[in-house]
Design a protein around this ligand. Structure first.
Ligand SMILES: NC(=O)c1ccc[n+]([C@@H]2O[C@H](COP(=O)([O-])OP(=O)(O)OC[C@H]3O[C@@H](n4cnc5c(N)ncnc54)[C@H](OP(=O)(O)O)[C@@H]3O)[C@@H](O)[C@H]2O)c1
Length: 278
């Protein structure tokens, strides 16, 4: 029976260190790895174990999160199949399908998830997919881990590529929006810190209202717009700059890229495997 309280993070870079911090803050014992282990001093200071030895990290943990680039994840899993047997293995890599993970790890509990950098503060959105091979108990153990990152939702795997540019990349768009609002605040004479706090808190609060009120976006928008008032002046300018189209085009381009990267990755993988069999 797994205690499920010790988690190895293989490849604690941007995303891996974010989930490592979330797990540590939720009482998990965490061992984080990367080759340049000296870059993990921050995690060490927070009480995590750090090492460049992936095998050692896997052996001493009940659950393993792979947060390497997808191709390197495949290489590492191939080298560590024996050690991963019977364990909960969560891949948070874009492009790496469940079918590949399960074929490499027939005797592990395998989960594919897509999360984002807001996981670091428990504010992430994590979508996950599993196959019918995963037991109820295995899924529950995975959920205990994923819920430390923030909101969690089970989705069909076929939506992963389209979700990557919304929730995976999404924080970058929102940081851009906050930055734009801060610049606007500076332009109209606000002190920098006040403009920053007012901007991010407004985004946090508006998102909370969307999540909790159950009202439609248009109804919520209407509540802020007074006829002939201030807000409609701003919305008129935003619409004139085609803000909705700009977001739609941006996310569609990113979704195309995610799909293309997934196909390229799978083709490369197939080519390597074909070469390996000759
Ligand atoms: N960044 C995001 O916002 C985001 C969002 C959603 C999903 N993801 C997914 O998360 C995964 C990681 O992305 P990332 O942005 O976090 O990349 P990253 O910052 O480059 O992190 C990957 C880490 O893996 C380490 N690494 C490479 N080879 C290794 C090995 N053999 N053993 C141990 N560690 C190794 C690298 O450090 P060393 O060179 O020191 O080893 C690096 O720090 C990707 O698959 C990506 O699709 C990222």
């Amino acid at each position: 029976m797994m205690s499920n309280k010790s988690v190895a993070i293989i490849g604690a870079g941007t995303m891996g260190s974010a989930v490592a911090v979330a797990l540590k803050n939720n009482g998990y014992s965490v061992v984080a790895t990367r080759r340049s282990v000296e870059k993990l001093d921050d995690l060490k200071t927070m009480g995590m174990e750090v090492t460049s030895d992936n095998r050692e990290a896997i052996v001493k943990s009940d659950a393993i999160i792979f947060s390497l680039k997808p191709a390197e994840t495949v290489v590492q899993i191939q080298q560590m199949q024996g050690e991963l047997k019977g364990k909960l293995v969560i891949s948070i890599c874009a492009s790496l399908p469940l079918s590949k993970l399960e074929s490499l790890l027939p005797e592990s509990t395998v989960i594919r998830a897509m999360t984002n950098v807001a996981s670091r503060v428990g504010g992430g959105f994590t979508a996950y997919s599993i196959t019918e091979k995963v037991s109820e108990e295995g899924e529950k153990q995975a959920l205990d881990i994923l819920r430390c990152f923030g909101e969690v939702e089970k989705i069909e795997e076929r939506y992963m590529d389209a979700l990557t540019p919304i929730s995976g990349s999404g924080p970058a768009y929102i940081f851009t929006v906050i930055e734009a609002m801060v610049y606007a605040g500076l332009k109209v004479g606000l002190p920098r810190e006040l403009a920053l706090r007012a901007s991010y808190q407004t985004i946090l609060g508006s998102a909370k209202l969307v999540a909790e009120s159950g009202d439609s976006l248009s109804a919520l928008k209407e509540t802020v717009i007074t006829p002939g008032g201030v807000t409609i002046e701003a919305l008129y300018e935003l619409e004139d700059s085609r803000i909705t189209t700009a977001f739609m085009k941006a996310i569609e381009a990113a979704a195309d890229k995610a799909k293309k990267s997934s196909l390229e990755f799978l083709n490369n993988l197939e080519e390597t495997e074909t070469k390996g069999t000759h």
